[in-house]
Write a protein of this length. Structure first.
Length: 159
């Protein structure tokens, strides 16, 4: 009987740990969001509002990215799955190692997409666009061509 009880106790303990680690309840009405510059791994010009969690650390997160029209992100991948919902505007995406404007596919307001970890993709905003990104952190970006990394471009300019 002891062998049957132990797994049940471990399962209950694991469930309690998961519940305790669950993110706090959050409601954002849009006007109270705090927007700041996007992280240096993204091209300049975008703003980010973190709605829940910490995208730089392991664990669940939700953030919004606001971009001007024409904003481009060069081909890249992430170490975790990226989930994206278009809040406003039109977000264009493509798959592959090279940016190909002719291959971009539109995602309009309300569209949802999920890109598996390690998948090379690129993006562009048709006009001013807001997308919501959620997933498991840390949120990172590995550019296919290291020269496309905005951090490396900034370093090169400062030298």
């Amino acid at each position: 009987m002891r062998r049957v009880v132990e797994p049940l106790l471990l399962s209950c303990a694991a469930a309690a740990t998961l519940l305790a680690a669950a993110p706090a309840w959050a409601v954002h009405d849009g006007e109270g969001m705090q927007w700041g510059d996007a992280p240096p791994t993204l091209p300049k010009g975008a703003k980010v509002a973190v709605l829940q969690g910490d995208p730089s650390k392991p664990g669940p997160f939700v953030m919004r990215l606001s971009t001007p029209g024409g904003y481009k992100v060069a081909p890249h991948s992430h170490s975790q799955t990226e989930n994206l919902t278009v809040i406003s505007g039109t977000f264009l995406y493509g798959l592959g190692d090279k940016f190909d404007a002719k291959a971009l596919k539109p995602m309009k307001q309300g569209a949802f997409g999920s890109v598996p970890a390690g998948t090379n993709h690129y993006a562009m905003a048709k006009g001013p666009t807001v997308v919501q990104i959620h997933g498991e952190g840390p949120f990172d970006i590995k550019y296919v061509n290291p020269e496309d990394d905005p951090q490396k471009m900034a370093q090169a300019k400062s030298q």
